[in-house]
Write a protein that binds this ligand. Structure first.
Ligand SMILES: [Zn+2]
Length: 162
C-alpha cells in the first residue's frame, strides 16, 4: 500500500510566495528546485494554478454580461417609466377632450332641439303642440341625462386612473 505524504515543510513558504504573485518559474532557488523534486508541492502548485485560471475565467466571463444585462434591464425599465410618464398626461387630456366633445355634442343637440321640433312641426304630420312639447321636452331630458352619464363616466375613468 502506497502512503501519500501528509504534507511538506515547504508548503507554507511556497503558498506565501504564490500569494505574493510569485510564479513557480520565478521562485527563489531552494524552493524552485524543491518544486521539481517534490510531487506534493508540484500537485499543490497545479491545483493553485487551476483555481487561479478558474477565478480569472469567472472574472472575465461572468460579471461583464451580468453588468450588461443589468444595465440593459435598468435602461429598459427607465425608458418604460419615461414613456408612461409622457403618455399619462396625453391619456388624461384625451379623456377630458372626449368628455368635452361629448358634452358639446349633446349641448348642440339640446340647442338644436327647438329647431328640430320646428322642422317636425312644419311637416304637419302631428299637431303642433303635441310634437313640440313631446320632442323638445324629451330631447332636453334625454340630452341632460346622456350628458350627465358621459361626464360621470369620464370622471370615473379619471378617478380610476389615479
Ligand atoms: Zn514539497
Amino acid at each position: 500500500m502506497i502512503m501519500k505524504p501528509k504534507g511538506c515543510e515547504n508548503e507554507v513558504r511556497i503558498l506565501e510566495a504564490l500569494g505574493q504573485g510569485v510564479t513557480p518559474e520565478t521562485m527563489e532557488e531552494p524552493l524552485r528546485s524543491h518544486l521539481a523534486s517534490c510531487p506534493y508541492c508540484a500537485e499543490m502548485i497545479s491545483v493553485y494554478e487551476l483555481f487561479q485560471a478558474d477565478s480569472r475565467q469567472l472574472c472575465a466571463a461572468a460579471p461583464l454580461p451580468n453588468a450588461g444585462r443589468v444595465w440593459w434591464r435598468a435602461s429598459l425599465a427607465a425608458r418604460q417609466a419615461a414613456a408612461n410618464r409622457a403618455l399619462r398626461p396625453i391619456l388624461i387630456a384625451e379623456r377630458i377632450a372626449l368628455a368635452i366633445g361629448g358634452g358639446a355634442l349633446i349641448a348642440l343637440l339640446v340647442l338644436a332641439a327647438p329647431w328640430l321640433a320646428g322642422q317636425l312641426t312644419r311637416l304637419k304630420i302631428f299637431s303642433t303642440t303635441v310634437v313640440y312639447s313631446f320632442s323638445l321636452s324629451s330631447l332636453i331630458v334625454s340630452s341632460i341625462i346622456a350628458c350627465l352619464l358621459l361626464m360621470a363616466g369620464a370622471l370615473y375613468t379619471l378617478w380610476a386612473e389615479k
